[in-house]
Design a protein around this ligand. Sequence first.
Ligand code: ZN
Length: 63
Amino acid sequence: MVEASMPADTQGEFIRCPRCGQKTRTKVLPSTVLIEFPLFCPKCKCELIVSFRKGTLTRAAGA
Ligand SMILES: [Zn+2]
């Protein structure tokens, strides 16, 4: 039997929409890196192209 030392699946947090500030359904860990990721906001009902690195979310220019 192989036991992997996986971290608890309760880690991470939901990305907040840079447009309206509401939580989206996309979850990231502090170590997650996203580059030009199409983030869908259920509140705005639209996609925003964002990047996420070192715990900081930035909205891609021209998105
Ligand atoms: Zn939004």
